[in-house]
Design a protein around this ligand. Structure first.
Ligand code: SIN
Length: 322
């Protein structure tokens, strides 16, 4: 019989982690999520998630319980405060859009639930029904976006905070739902999150703003805040920071909700698209402590970005100075 270390080596050899784009995304093959993952397999998947920020696993013909079990390896699953969920499994949201239920609210760059003090650390989405054309999900690395800013802009936004609110959902509460809305406001008071967050595992700095939930930057005038936020939001649209996932039935995608934004392309209506979603609880985002100092992630020995920091001034192009 093979010794444990040989078994672990064999598992590792069977798994392939193939980066997809320069700054974001990896496809992982050689893992079947219908079977429990060993510690060694989990470590490979976890490390790939932290390093590549979005992992894509094809042909995962699994049950929702198996998807939940996979999520639980990363931590406790979280429950969305008001999105309709499965009655007997409140951690599960089924996104089932079709002619009579047009897709809503997700065609905007966002991270999930940043209106909470502690948003989910990750989201796991698995495709059940995929439209013949369209329905891709786009992701954008906000750690790459941060690295792409000039040193002067990094100094400018250092220490800033933004208010996050569940604003797109507000219109869904009608006049009769006011008490429900007030209760939600009490249960989920708007948090101030840092504009630049530090990834708790990799130590990378992240441009932590998103158009769906950010309201304003603390201590700026409205016009200043709107102008700066519009500029910061725009960083998510830089193609070099992005990954575009084309779904197939049983494709499972997990993204690091601490460091990427995503955007669901609503170009498939009236066709049907059905996804099963679970999220893993996260921590309150933390900013960079103390006065501004340039990022020393590599000197700290944290996980290196896909392309080494210091080999270029910013991640967008290899030869740009700014
Ligand atoms: C979401 O925004 O959480 C859903 C993304 C998708 O449906 O592709």
């Amino acid at each position: 019989m093979a010794s444990p270390s040989a078994a672990v080596r064999k598992e590792a050899a069977d798994i392939r982690v193939q980066p997809i784009n320069g700054f974001i995304g990896a496809e992982i093959s050689g893992i079947d999520l219908a079977r429990p993952l060993s510690e060694g397999q989990f470590k490979i998947v976890h490390d790939a998630l932290v390093r590549y920020e979005v992992i894509v696993m094809r042909d995962q013909d699994i049950t929702i319980d198996q998807q939940m079990a996979f999520g639980k390896l990363f931590g406790e699953l979280s429950i969305h405060p008001f999105s309709p969920n499965l009655a007997d499994k409140p951690e599960v949201i089924i996104l089932d859009y079709s002619k009579d239920n047009p897709p809503a609210l997700t065609d905007i760059w966002h991270a999930d639930e940043t209106f909470r003090e502690a948003p989910p650390m990750a989201t796991i989405l698995r495709a059940k029904v995929v439209p013949e054309i369209g329905g891709d999900t786009l992701f954008s690395s906000m750690s790459a976006a941060y690295r792409g800013l000039s040193e002067r802009m990094k100094q400018h936004i250092h220490g800033m905070e933004t208010l996050h609110d569940f604003k797109p959902w507000r219109p869904l509460f009608g006049a009769n739902d006011r008490p429900k809305l007030r209760k939600l406001e009490d249960d989920f008071p708007n948090p101030w999150h840092p504009v630049v967050a530090v990834h708790p595992v990799s130590g990378r700095r992240i441009l932590y703003v998103n158009q769906q939930f950010c309201v304003r930057i603390k201590d700026l005038k409205t016009d200043e805040s709107d102008t700066l936020l519009a500029f910061l939001y725009r960083q998510a649209t830089v193609p070099e920071y992005q990954l575009r996932v084309k779904w197939r039935p049983n494709t499972l995608v997990m993204w690091d909700n601490r460091s990427v934004l995503h955007y669901a392309a609503h170009d498939y209506y009236p066709a049907r698209r059905t996804m099963e979603r679970v999220t893993v609880k996260g921590q309150r985002p933390k900013g960079v402590e103390g006065p501004y100092s340039p990022d020393t992630i590599e000197a700290n020995g944290a996980v290196k970005p896909a392309i080494a920091e210091g080999t270029r001034p910013g991640p967008k192009r290899a030869f740009d100075r700014y």
